[in-house]
Structures are given as C-alpha cells and as structure tokens.
Design a protein around this ligand. Structure first.
Ligand code: PLP
Length: 368
C-alpha cells in the first residue's frame, strides 16, 4: 500500500529529536503558549524572512484573526477563489464579511489578477490569494492592484511553507500570510496549529490579543477575543520539523521531477510550474481523462490518491446561499473534474514513484 502521507515513517526518521522535544515540554509544565511557542514563532518568522509570526491553534484561526486584525467585518467584501479548501471562505464568513469569488488562471490554478481587479468594489476590504498545491499565486500584479485599489492582501499559504515568488519567501511577500500546521501539511504538527506572519507590529499586537481572549493582562479584556492559542507540544514538534523542512521539500521536488519525466508525452497533463516561482509540492496534481476510473484502478493496485478539490466552494451545498451558478467559474469547475493528486511525500522512494507512474500510464493505455 502506497499512501498519500507517511507520518509514522517521518516519526521514525526524526524520533530522537522529536522525543526529546516532547519530553522537554512535559518536564516544563508549560503547555499553552510560553517559551516553546515564542521560540517557534521567532524561528518560523526567520525561516520566512518576516519580522513576526503569531502562532495560533489552526490555519482557519490564522485566517480568521488576520482578517479581524485588519478590521474586516460585516458590510465588507473579501475576494478569494472557489478552488480551495472550505476554510478560506469559512474564515471570511466568520468575520461577518461577504466572500466574493473569482476564478483561477488555468496555468497555475491560482487567483486570476484581472478577474480580481474587476471584482473590486468600494466595499472590498481584502483579497485572499491561495498558493494552491504549494505554488505561489501571481503576487506582483495582485499586490499592485491591491495597492492601487486600497485592498489588503491576506495570503492563504496553508500549502506553501518554503515556497518562493521571484526569489522572495512566502510569508514575507504580502502584508499578512496565514499558514496551517495541520498534520498533513508540508510542515505539520502532531495536532492542530497555524500562524500569521507579518512585518507590522500593530497587527502583531492585535493578533496576540485576539488569540488569547483580548487580554493585555490576565482577566482584563481589551477586545472580544478567542481561545486560539497554540499548544507548547505542537510548537516543540514544529521546531524539530522546521529544521528538516528544506530537505523534505527537496525530496518532494525530486519526486515531482521524476513524475514529470516518466509521464512526459502521455495524456496526463501536469501543471507547469511558473518560471518565476518555486513550487514546494504539497500536492502533485495531474489532469487525466476519466479521472475517477484512474483513481479506482490505482486503488486496486494499492496506490492511494486524492482530489484537491472535488467540489469547488460555489458548488458546495453549505455555501449555496452565496448565490453562484454552476458555470460561474469554469476553470475551477474543470480542475475539480479532472485533477488527481498522486503521492509526493518525502518518504516516498523513487521505485514507488516509478511504480505509480507506470500504473498511470497503463490506465492511459500507452503501455501494453
Ligand atoms: C488546510 C487548509 C486551511 C485550514 O487550515 P486548518 O489548519 O486545517 O484549519 C486553509 N486553507 C487551505 C488552502 C488549506 O489547505
């Protein structure tokens, strides 16, 4: 069985360091925020080339607080894409603002800058580009439009730890960047986690208040806040994994290169990474004819795959009241119908990649 993720193998590889880190937290008696979380925040900020990181209890909380910290609320509009995990849109709704969806560009499946500009109204407060699959959105035109139209850019980088756009690390590009440390993400905790990076000290102050009940001093509440604090155990695990992140991203890239070579010239279409961006391959997606049959056949051969995402947000029953129609976002809809994510995680061996590629080719009937 080849799975989409092999966290037990990663644990075996990093066991001495992880066990020591967990032990250190147990012995400290400090389980929420504290020094371990503060150390993770400065290490992660340094990794992203950003001045600050504020750690929270999930990527969803990171998006929610980032939007609140820039003053998004009822009556405002926030622009994002339909081809994303539901949390991107849910976090906008948590603030009371209205999500306004625009389609993705076919080449990278990220926010289309032209459509973003057309969707801006006097009520638009923020735009949330999603660095889908681990490839940054086209940030230069997005930042340029946002600046001209007085819109704040809040990046959803839940897939994109370590990615770069024109040499600049994700986390130091726009004004606020939100990360998830859900176990399956590129940098994953042993439970839930997330953070916001920014260079703006006023925003940091607000984020720190909001994640901990709006307290400046304990039991004195300046703002109506939340219990969105990060656990010390998660921070300790993340500090260990952060030290290995670049090597793991390198393994993901090698796997991607191998897939590209093996599947070149077949009917499996692969997104070409844009030249000005570095992709970290949280997801390696192919677009294949008869995708669902391919997924079934791979499963029969013991190869687990997944789909990111089978139903775009505007077609989800829970969000039907946003009022979109089935054909409003043709690129997102097409991707949802054709995409298949192959295993790409760092523990995968090159013979496993070969076996998966061979199985894909067999389905495409290019191999007898
Ligand atoms: C995982 C994810 C989130 C939410 O992160 P959680 O830590 O699960 O709350 C947000 N956006 C995208 C694109 C994601 O993949």
């Amino acid at each position: 069985m080849i799975s989409m993720l092999d966290l037990p193998a990663q644990y075996r590889r990093l066991k001495p360091e992880l066990d020591a880190a967990i032990q250190r937290v147990l012995e400290s008696g400090q389980f929420v925020l504290g020094e371990e979380v503060a150390s993770f925040e400065s290490e992660f900020a340094a990794y992203c080339g950003s001045r600050f990181a504020v750690a929270v209890n999930s990527g969803t909380s990171a998006l929610h607080l980032a939007l609140l910290a820039i003053g998004v609320g009822p009556g405002d509009e926030v622009i994002t894409v339909p081809l994303t995990f539901v949390a991107t849109v849910a976090a906008i709704l948590y603030t009371g603002a209205k999500p306004v969806l625009v389609d993705v560009t076919p080449a990278t499946l990220t926010l289309d800058p032209d459509q973003f500009e057309k969707a801006v109204t006097p009520r638009t407060k923020a735009v949330v580009p999603v660095h889908l699959y681990g490839q940054p959105a086209d940030m230069e035109p997005i930042l340029d439009i946002a600046c001209r139209r007085h819109v704040t850019v809040v990046e959803d980088a839940a897939h994109a730890h370590g990615a770069r756009y024109r040499g600049q690390a994700v986390g130091s590009i726009g004004e606020l960047t939100c990360f998830s440390f859900y176990p399956g993400k590129i940098l994953g905790a042993y439970g839930e986690g997330g953070c916001v990076t920014t260079n703006n000290p006023d925003i940091v102050h607000k984020l720190r208040l909001l994640r901990d009940w709006g307290c400046e001093r304990r039991y004195h509440h300046e703002l109506r806040g939340y219990n969105y604090r990060m656990d010390a155990l998660q921070a300790a695990v993340l500090r260990v994994k952060l030290r290995h992140l670049d090597a793991e991203i390198q393994r993901r890239r090698e796997n991607a290169t191998q897939y590209r070579c093996l599947l070149a010239g077949t009917r499996a279409r692969m997104c070409t990474p844009a030249e000005d961006r570095s992709h970290v391959y949280h997801v390696f997606g192919i677009h294949a004819p008869r995708r669902n049959d391919l997924q079934r056949q791979l499963a029969e051969r013991g190869i687990q795959t997944s789909i990111h995402y089978p139903v775009p947000i505007h077609l989800q029953p829970a969000y039907s009241d946003l009022g979109y129609k089935i054909d409003d976002f043709p690129e997102a809809k097409r991707a949802a119908g054709e995409e298949l994510s192959l295993p790409i995680h760092p523990e995968l061996t090159s013979s496993q990649v070969e076996m998966i590629a061979e199985s894909v080719k067999r389905h495409l009937s290019l191999v007898r």
